[in-house]
Design a protein around this ligand. Structure first.
Ligand SMILES: *[C@@H]1O[C@H](CO)[C@@H](O)[C@H](O)[C@H]1NC(C)=O
Ligand SMILES: *[C@@H]1O[C@H](CO)[C@@H](O)[C@H](O)[C@H]1NC(C)=O
Ligand SMILES: *[C@@H]1O[C@H](CO)[C@@H](O)[C@H](O)[C@H]1NC(C)=O
Ligand SMILES: *[C@@H]1O[C@H](CO)[C@@H](O)[C@H](O)[C@H]1NC(C)=O
Ligand SMILES: *[C@@H]1O[C@H](CO)[C@@H](O)[C@H](O)[C@H]1NC(C)=O
Ligand SMILES: *[C@@H]1O[C@H](CO)[C@@H](O)[C@H](O)[C@H]1NC(C)=O
Ligand SMILES: *[C@@H]1O[C@H](CO)[C@@H](O)[C@H](O)[C@H]1NC(C)=O
Length: 377
């Protein structure tokens, strides 16, 4: 059977743009170890169809799909630039019709020991680009600055940014997040853990504020921070906790740090403006692979350069928890096909998709959708 014709059988509305594969779920990983946990698994085979798409990362030049195209997987490459470029290229590919696709961002992350622990699987409502700021080296900061980072257009840490690029904050569908959380939660008893991870958690228990770091891996609702810089340490962690709160007008609770999500979300937002994708169908899942700061008595550099004891459970748990979401969407498609209607604001800090963000300057397009959108031809 010609796979280009598969959408004909999947009950999708057909138009001139819908000749491509129309995945029900597209899993987005950032590098090989995150991707490998989706290959050679009992549930489905995403290596049955490989589709080359011009503009993907040369390291990961193909989108991988099941034979019937209902589940696909793509590795973006790491860092904000690779993530944005790969997703933008995918959105422009005529090989795909992504208008009803659910996007599952599935990656590992540094984790805030005040909120949860290594091995845990988290679902974010807010993604904050915390390093999109002014920075001066800590050795040169004024005596009254608690950190070398301060928002663009401001004169000191803690002031709301006066110069926004638009990618500072993204908010995704809260109702879909809750649904994904409940589905992943069914896998909680099966989450992987290792003796190395357990040993790495123990030192955090000497500090009461890190009690959450001592638990077993669990499924958690909390927000994510994006920075190209792979940072570590208590002071930067506290600075970015502050930034996350500041940029979202106190709404977000920072728990994971990673290098791509705001970039991926920005590319998807551009796709939503051209009606190539539906921004209400995005799930941001991040599992904890390492702590963002050391336990009491250890240095920031030792934490950063240590053995990474949470790595094995963090990659395994992306599949263990995430597959429940993938399977539910694919098998209960009649419940998902029409979308999960968002009741919260979704989109970027400018209000580009319409509606009124509860952070930033409000909707800068007079409360409407940004005028560079156009109807599908
Ligand atoms: C397509 O394949 C997936 C996984 O192999 C399977 O779960 C699903 O039932 C199949 N059919 C449709 C219409 O998605
Ligand atoms: C798809 O690519 C993977 C390697 O990335 C390979 O193992 C698999 O055999 C390929 N599938 C097909 C149908 O060629
Ligand atoms: C990045 O995206 C997250 C989640 O969507 C959002 O909470 C966060 O505010 C964004 N950060 C920036 C700086 O745009
Ligand atoms: C986690 O995975 C590792 C590596 O496959 C394995 O050795 C260990 O037994 C697993 N632990 C649990 C609790 O499943
Ligand atoms: C974070 O914010 C708190 C409260 O405003 C402040 O006391 C602290 O110095 C800030 N920390 C850093 C590292 O910026
Ligand atoms: C968010 O906080 C900033 C700084 O206090 C303020 O200027 C802005 O109006 C707030 N945004 C919303 C939507 O309340
Ligand atoms: C949107 O942009 C087009 C082309 O520049 C213009 O003709 C139209 O008036 C604009 N619409 C609104 C509502 O601003």
């Amino acid at each position: 059977m010609n796979w280009l014709l598969v959408p004909l059988f999947s009950g999708l509305f057909l138009s001139a743009r819908s000749v491509g594969i129309a995945p029900r779920v597209l899993i987005l990983n950032m590098f090989s170890d995150e991707a490998n946990v989706w290959y050679n698994i009992p549930e489905f085979n995403v290596l049955a169809k490989n589709i080359s798409v011009p503009g993907l990362s040369p390291l990961f030049p193909e989108v991988h799909c099941t034979k019937n195209g209902s589940i696909c997987q793509l590795t973006t490459g790491e860092g904000e630039i690779n993530a944005a470029s790969t997703v933008a290229a995918l959105l422009h590919s005529p090989a795909f019709d992504l208008r009803t696709t659910y996007f599952l961002i599935a990656g590992i992350a540094g984790v805030n020991p005040k909120v949860t622990t290594i091995g845990s699987v988290t679902f974010a409502r807010y993604a904050v680009q915390v390093a999109l700021q002014f920075e001066i080296d800590a050795r040169e900061i004024p005596a009254n600055f608690p950190t070398g980072y301060f928002p663009q257009g401001t004169t000191a840490p803690g002031q709301y940014p006066r110069s926004l690029y638009g990618t500072e904050v993204f908010e995704v569908n809260e109702k879909l997040r809750q649904l994904a959380f409940q589905l992943a939660k069914t896998a909680e008893p099966q989450l992987n853990d290792t003796t190395d991870s357990r040993a790495a958690r123990a030192p955090y228990l000497t500090a009461p504020q890190f009690a959450a770091a001592g638990g077993s891996p669990s499924v958690v609702l909390c927000d994510t921070a994006t920075s190209d810089t792979f940072w570590s340490g208590t002071l930067l962690a506290e600075a970015f906790e502050n930034t996350t709160k500041l940029f979202t007008n106190q709404s977000a609770e920072y728990c994971t740090t990673q290098q791509e999500d705001n970039a991926t979300l920005n590319a998807l937002l551009r796709g939503a403006l051209t009606k190539t994708i539906d921004f209400s169908r995005i799930i941001v899942m991040r599992s904890g692979s390492n702590f963002d700061r050391p336990p009491p008595g250890e240095s920031a550099v030792a934490n950063l350069l240590g053995p990474g004891p949470g790595f094995v459970p963090s990659v395994l748990n992306l599949h263990i928890a995430g597959v429940k979401i993938v399977q539910a969407i694919v098998s209960r498609w009649k419940d998902f096909e029409g979308g999960v209607k968002a009741t919260n604001y979704i989109g970027d800090i400018f209000g580009s998709l319409g509606g009124k963000p509860d952070f930033g300057p409000g909707n800068i397009f007079s409360g409407k959708v940004a005028n560079f959108s156009y109807e599908a031809q």
